[in-house]
Design a protein around this ligand. Sequence first.
Ligand SMILES: CSCC[C@H](NC=O)C(=O)N[C@@H](CO)C(=O)O
Length: 674
Amino acid sequence: IPDYIAKIYREQSQYPSLSRADVGPVITSQYGGSYSNISTEWTQQDLERNEIVKFCRQYIVFHDNKSIVYSGPSGNCTEIKGELLSQDSPSGEMKAVMRECSIKGEEKQFLEIWHRNRKIKSLNLTELKKHGKVYEDDQFGCLVWSHSETHLLYVAEKKRPKAESYFQSGSESTLLVDEDEVMKSAKKEDSVKGDQFVYYEDWGETLVTKATPVLCILDIEGNNVSVLESIPDSISPGQAFWAPNDTGVVFVGWWHDTADANSFTMLCVFLYARSSLFYVDLTGGKCERLSSDSAAVCSPRLSPDLCRIVYLECEVYGPHQQCNKLCMDLIVVDTSTDQVTSLTSKSNMGSWCLLTIHRDLMVVSCSSPNCPPSLRVGFLPVSGSEDEMSWVTLEEAQTQPEIDWQILSFTPPPEEDNSQYPGLDYEAILLKPKDVTEKTKLPLIVNPHGGPHSVIVAEWLLSPAVFCSVGFGVLLVNYRGSIGYGQDSILSLPGNVGTQDVKDVQFAVESVLKQGGFDREKVVVTGGSHGGFLACHLIGQYPDFYKACAARNPVINLASMIGSTDIPDWCMVEAGFDYKTNTLLSPAMLEQMLNKSPIKHVTQVKAPVLLALGEDDRRVPNKQGLEYYKSLKAFNVPVRLLWYPDNNHSLSKVDAESDGFMNIVLWLIQHLSL
Ligand SMILES: CSCC[C@H](NC=O)C(=O)N[C@@H](CO)C(=O)O
């Protein structure tokens, strides 16, 4: 059995995901036709190399600016190695690449400029020592060409003064005997004694080692990098772009509490903290705030007519991922009328993701739980004709015939309605193996997502697809509090975690069992993070119902986690309190946190538990899972612990993800006696 399942996992993991698409400028060919080049980036697990590989493929799309006349690939796939960031220039003539490579065992970062078929510049940023490592993450990182194509804007770690010990050999000035030596030493880099072991607070999970971002500009012609000095120390900049005419730069600035603005050890930083849009004028150096100073903003974009900035805004702290994100469907927002229209209402594809739009030419990735991602292009129809939207497929994907899926809706029973936010429904996605006989009663895996304010959309999902291919039904529950169902749904959950979400999942499972087709004696639960919190709650609150459980980095005890997670605000908000950085926890607050935690029900647990923990998890520190492991052992519940070194909260390194999957499926099979 394990070999058979591993074979299916290997096959299904070979479907790549689209991570990016760029549309080049419209080119008129010598025969009069117009075309655009589209470059796409994909990712795929490479089980042999134990890496997620990134590759690119180009396509050519002939069009008349309204519809597509002809399209197709213009080459094969090429693997991308060492690229941290890349960006084509607006004219399409040049490309900038931020590259990391190892030279004689030392990691170096280069900024390369490519022109047509050659590399015309390769600037060793590490040697230049103007700043620390470049930020390549989605939160702060950017690489943006100026409109004039003469400058590049990016974010990097602020240069830190060299730190040395008071006792470092040669550091004592008395050892310098002649004056020349004293002069030479003064010219050496400034160093700070005694700061070698000072703790630098960073931005937490997935942003470790990133503490103090600065905006940097490369003057391409002059080979000169300058760090923008006029941004106040109390603001960490990111997500930047050039203002029209390149006279300034717009960016998101995260405010942080500064104890000492000149030291690097002052931050009280969570990405969910207050942030505003800023403009820094490059001629006079003035930095001004453009948006409110009491909200959180992100994802600013300059409109194509260069007249407006579009960005997302939400309240500071409160539930993470509260209503400020468009997802689930591809929609058009008419900014003059506020009307929202679906472009994909006629499609049976579960999920549409807009990768880019350039002069109304859209590039999308679409997929379903039974169909891996395919690449499509199409022109945005004129307002009112959204129904006529027509898509051209550039890269087709095969529907998996053995998987059936549907979206289910649930209305909580009256006693579970939330009196403050009444009348909220929720949904779940059910995957079932196709072609099973009427009499077959399938085992069911229940999987609530994490967050809790996130969502499982009806897209291609590797693990559920493999579970289904080997004979399990999979129920993915978007309980009340999931995103995509409005702010009321999100707000209904904080203060009610461990009850409302648990009951929503249980009600969904009971409803599915009533429909028939599943074996009531073979129901198991899996989940990661807050999904792991729910899985552990469910086996504690319904001890005879679930026959096995598998949890990735689960939240076990809010009271013991608040002091060690990188997002303590999460613990307070989800437990039902307002968050302030200077709140002192009282015994009553800690008691409320404990009461809402799965550890409260540990003595009831009967289901065997598989725990998968990341050694470097900063979000839900592995001590949480260890606390549960020790308690389960103390109460003689079968438990197995998988420990993944060099892995953080997501356990998404290829070996961890594939090993985790195999261990989970075999654990469930073993404890269901399948
Ligand atoms: C203190 S972390 C609480 C759980 C975590 N929430 C936010 O980061 C979580 O559930 N994460 C989910 C989804 O983001 C996960 O799957 O890791």
